[in-house]
Design a protein around this ligand. Structure first.
Ligand code: NAD
Length: 489
């Protein structure tokens, strides 16, 4: 880390460690330290630690910003969103470099997939907003028109995994709907959000329409979500935090969406391409298993369990642990020592519970943040290791005898974010697609998304749906205008 005026140089990229409010950088007196999981001795930045006063300033700016942004002609708003998408593309290499150092995600997938998806999120929502047509019809002697009104300032709170892509996924619909936004990224990976703020003025947003504040969840996060001027809250993170945000939202009667954790099943039927299923199962160890959508419960039809396991061990053995910036690396470290301890805690409790460690089950090195890819055969389906999200490179394996048993096991946790099914039978795919209670069910694939489709979770995996028009409606107040026929000309 080196200083460049008020900014910090991270691997040659200049990053502001401060808030971005009303189109300007604002510093706090207090700061928090951000280190790189690639090398915990590498300090990246001292980032401004926002408090209630900063939250108040950001919300005040967003109220003014909302007036200007929401009254701008839709064509102009669309141009600004498209310009932001272009600026993200132009700055993609810098964003990927900083995000890789900040949270250890593989540089290759950041460049190929996640940062371009950030730009795509803005393009997609610019197109959807431009294409929107108000529904009009006549009934009972009146002309009806449904008007989608921007709701007001929206607070967007994001987690530390894939922070850039996830922030853009939530910001794009809020802005496309005409709302102003305040983004509060996670304190463990806050830096790519600051690079996004650098692009806001050049894209053409009016001051206050797009704000970014930094700080700790229980400080500035809690202050933002309890401010009564905020009209929408869009949250991604853990169920524990969602409960707190839900209480604050309820006090102000503010709608909120929550995209929360997962404990997805990866179900392998005997009729499937077993090698493809095993390869995809081994891929769940990537990004240190810190993927909400991951299929972490392997459910395998008994007759192919041994064949699957052999292929799975083989594919897992091909992983390369290394620096996330190197092209051959496929296994990255955990985000933070505290998170690694949490993962260790789950596995140690599983051992004490009598769950069987099939492979892995420990850290690779006391001075580094890697955890071995780990497979556990639980003593019972009630074991904590099966029922709770670990968010680490730890999978469980269970067998089933019938399709009914597979769906029953799939639906046996309180989560319901995603599921992956491997089968060659179209009828089975259709049946499982209905029987499994999850927001997204993939058959013979994983992570492929159409951005116009709804996205969210059943059970404790979330409230509400994002994606496509679903997110635009969430960020709008819907109004019915009725005019008595023949009374106006
Ligand atoms: P977290 O809930 O600890 O934190 C998420 C965000 O909430 C952070 O920005 C944090 O600062 C903020 N926060 C914390 N306390 C707050 C409070 N009282 N008021 C307001 N904001 C507060 O989650 P995390 O550990 O950063 O992220 C991991 C979790 O996110 C996992 O459960 C994972 O499955 C989930 N996740 C879900 C999705 C999805 O799309 N469903 C995507 C990514 C991650």
């Amino acid at each position: 880390m080196s200083s460049e005026g008020d900014r910090t140089l991270i691997d040659g990229v200049s990053v502001s460690p401060h808030h971005f409010i009303n189109g300007k950088r604002v510093a706090s007196d207090r700061s928090f330290e951000v280190r790189s999981p690639l090398d915990w001795n590498m300090k990246l930045a001292d980032v401004s630690r926002g408090d209630r006063e900063i939250a108040d300033r950001a919300v005040a700016a967003s109220v003014d910003g909302f007036r200007q942004w929401s009254s701008m002609a839709i064509g102009k708003r669309v141009d600004v969103l498209l310009r932001l998408a272009d600026l993200i593309d132009q700055n993609a290499a810098d964003i990927a470099t900083v995000e890789c150092l900040d949270m250890a995600m593989l540089l290759g997938s950041l460049k190929a997939r996640l940062v371009p998806r950030g730009a795509l999120n803005f393009r997609n929502y610019a197109e959807l907003a431009a294409a929107h047509e108000e529904r009009c019809w006549s009934s009972r002697g009146t002309r009806n028109r449904i008007i989608r009104d921007p709701a007001g300032p929206a607070v967007v709170i994001t987690p530390w995994n894939a922070p850039f892509m996830l922030a853009t996924w939530k910001l794009a619909p809020a802005l496309a709907a005409g709302n102003s936004v305040i983004l509060k990224p996670a304190e463990w990976a806050p830096l790519s959000a600051s690079l996004l703020a650098d692009l806001v003025n050049d894209a053409g947003f009016p001051p206050g329409a797009f704000n970014v504040v930094q700080g700790l969840g229980h400080e500035i996060g809690a202050a933002l979500v309890s401010d009564s001027r905020v009209r929408r809250i869009s949250f991604t993170g853990s169920p524990e935090t969602a409960r707190l945000i839900g209480q604050a939202a309820a006090r102000n009667i503010v709608p909120f969406t929550a995209e929360l954790g997962g404990k997805g099943p990866l179900i392998v039927f005997a009729d499937a391409d077993i090698d493809a299923a095993a390869r995809k199962a081994a891929a769940q160890f990537e990004d240190s298993g810190q993927v909400c959508l991951a299929g972490t419960r392997l459910l395998v039809e008994s007759s192919v369990r041994d064949a699957f396991l052999e292929r799975f061990v083989d594919h897992t053995g091909r992983h390369v642990r290394g620096d996330s910036r190197e092209p051959d690396t496929t296994l990255s470290p955990a985000i933070h020592p505290e998170h690694l301890e949490r993962v260790e805690g789950f596995v140690e409790r599983a051992k004490r519970n009598g769950d069987r460690i099939v492979f892995g089950g420990q850290r690779t090195d006391p001075d580094k943040l890697w955890y071995e890819p780990t497979l556990i055969e639980p003593r019972s389906n009630d074991s904590e290791i099966v029922q709770k999200e670990i968010f680490g490179p730890v999978l469980t394996i269970q067998s089933f005898e019938s399709e009914d048993e597979a769906s029953e096991l799939a639906n046996s946790t309180r989560y319901g974010l995603s599921a992956i099914v491997y089968t060659s039978s179209e009828q089975r795919a259709a049946r499982l697609g209905r029987a499994v209670r999850a927001g997204t069910v993939w058959v013979n694939t994983f992570l492929v998304r159409d951005l116009t489709a709804p996205f969210g979770g059943y059970g404790i995996s979330g409230i509400g749906r994002e994606g496509g028009d679903y997110a635009l409606e969430f960020h709008s107040d819907l109004k019915t205008l009725q005019i008595l026929e023949g009374t106006v000309s």
